[in-house]
Design a protein around this ligand. Structure first.
Ligand SMILES: [Fe+2]
Length: 258
């Protein structure tokens, strides 16, 4: 049994809500798909929690932006990453300071898990964005209609199950290609031997599917469960609005889930 979380974006209220739900379910293993930071007001606190609570984390484009440089960011996102970098650069407790920077600098681009259940072996890959461009490529639900060739080509790089985040839009892609919203699946996707899937787990700290609740998934006995949780986004909004360098749009979108 394990949980997968992604796209926290320095949103401490959403992250603590998700972590307590995971704990309440008795889940001990947590994996993270990146974008721990960027956009939100609590980069240090979120990094510390991810370092402490997760087994491992892969590199997201916003983590990359802070550690290396922003690529293809709009002005507000770029400013948020420069602000985040400055916050992390302020020397506080040396050990924590160094731990955060070496965590960011050491994030891998992908992770793989193989599990054996009776006669079947399940191979799961974990990336931030897509199986061919793990940090930056967007796979949108509409792609199955507007760009089916792209989705089929992506599936050539999927061995069995590939977990992604990045678009902040949860759901399951199949190789037909097809896309299913969590609610169309009753919030459960059974992982089976002969079906490839790209599973977007949604975003903890900045949902964009018009539902402002935090999103994450957990896997229990080969069943994947999508979870949504209300959290205190008003507090996060206030914190963002109080920081001049963070655009108010990053606050408003939390309320609207966009
Ligand atoms: Fe993100």
């Amino acid at each position: 049994m394990f949980a997968v979380i992604s796209d926290i974006h320095s949103n401490l209220e959403a992250l603590t809500t998700v972590l307590s739900d995971i704990e309440r379910r008795g889940i001990k293993t947590i994996y993270c798909l990146g974008d721990v930071i960027g956009y939100g007001p609590n980069p240090k606190e979120c990094l510390d929690l991810i370092i402490e609570k997760t087994e491992w984390c892969v590199l997201g484009n916003h983590d990359y932006a802070v550690f290396y440089e922003p690529t293809n960011f709009n002005y507000a996102a770029e400013q948020a990453s420069f602000w985040t970098r400055e916050v992390l650069e302020i020397e506080g407790e040396k050990e924590l300071h160094n731990r955060r920077w070496s965590f960011l600098g050491g994030l891998p681009m992908r992770q793989t898990l193989k599990t054996k259940q009776e006669a079947s072996t399940i191979v799961m890959d974990f990336v931030h964005a897509s199986p061919r461009r793990p940090i930056n490529e967007y796979i949108f639900p509409d792609d199955v209609y507007t760009n089916p060739v792209k989705v089929r080509v992506l599936f050539e790089r999927v061995r069995h199950i590939c977990f992604v985040g990045h678009t902040h839009l949860p759901g399951v892609f199949l190789d037909e290609p097809d896309f299913y919203l969590p609610e169309e699946l009753g919030n459960v996707y059974p992982i089976v031997d002969d079906e490839k899937a790209i599973i977007n787990i949604g975003s903890v700290g900045q949902p964009r599917d018009k539902d402002n609740r935090a999103s994450y998934v957990y896997v229990d006995e080969n069943e994947l469960h999508f979870v949504r949780l209300k959290y205190d986004f008003e507090t996060t909004m206030e914190k963002i609005k109080a920081i001049d360098r963070l655009d108010n749009f990053h606050a408003e979108r939390l309320q609207d889930g966009r």
